[in-house]
Design a protein around this ligand. Structure first.
Ligand SMILES: [Zn+2]
Length: 244
């Protein structure tokens, strides 16, 4: 797996970072994890052709994680005249929510009139979905409940990429990160506490109980950016590329 960190910021693009978006390239398959509102700009700035993407996996229904989908759909339809199907995998209601978002942002553009088919696939709490060569496990996490927040374990052959999504502390993170080759963990704060996001101190307190090969902190807010020189764990940045 080649993981290209396209967007590593919070909802407010703190530090000028793009919102959450990771491009993962396999030998025969390409997918995105989350598609924040800034994702198409991030891809264009990196010289990545969105047409190579087979699937997009969404962790929850917040704009900095799925708000870029209408732009991706329009770009594929009008600019690239895409013909191959696009799979969008997400929490229950993914098809309805994306359709509504598209309708609000671009009235008269509907999913059934695009130049390509969009296949929506729902995952459920602690369930497993198979999509192409991917095995996707989803776990409920602690964030705004209405956004249906999930952490994800995405496996390809013997490699596993884990992603916390947006969450406060939950023991589900042990399961999500167990034996993962890479765990991308949100870390919005340095030491401030909120039930809906993690801070660095909490992750450090739990680090030895998180049994993953490697952990990279993501979704950095202003407090984390200001304290980054005091952080002992790896932090993501836009443009980072990791091979696992
Ligand atoms: Zn977020």
């Amino acid at each position: 797996m080649k993981i290209h960190f396209l967007g590593t910021g919070d909802a407010f693009c703190s530090g000028g970072r793009y919102q959450t978006c990771f491009l993962v390239e396999l030998p025969d398959y390409v997918f995105l994890i989350d598609c924040g509102a800034t994702s198409l700009m991030a891809m264009n700035n990196s010289g990545i052709d969105p047409g190579i993407i087979d699937s997009i996996i969404i962790s929850h229904f917040h704009g900095d994680h799925f708000g870029g989908l209408p732009f991706m759909l329009l770009d594929a339809n009008y600019k690239h005249k895409r013909k191959t199907p696009l799979n969008i995998i997400g929490p229950p209601g993914i098809g309805r929510r994306v359709g509504e978002l598209l309708d609000i942002m671009y009235p008269m553009v509907t999913l059934d009139k695009l130049s390509f088919k969009v296949n929506f696939v729902e995952y459920h709490h602690s369930g497993v979905v198979t999509q192409g060569p991917l095995r996707i496990e989803s776990y409920p996490v602690i964030h705004v409940p209405e956004a249906l927040p999930h952490g994800l374990r995405i496996s390809y052959q013997d490699k596993t990429l884990a992603f916390s999504g947006d969450t406060g502390w939950t023991d589900e993170l042990f399961k999500i990160s167990e034996s993962a080759d890479l765990f991308i963990c949100e870390c919005n704060f340095y030491d401030s506490h909120t039930p809906t996001h993690l801070n660095y101190q909490t992750i450090m307190d739990q680090r030895e109980n998180l049994h993953c090969q490697r952990i990279i902190l993501n979704h950095l807010g202003p407090e984390m950016l200001e304290n980054q020189d005091r952080v002992a764990l790896e932090c993501s940045y836009d443009g980072l590329i990791i091979n696992i």
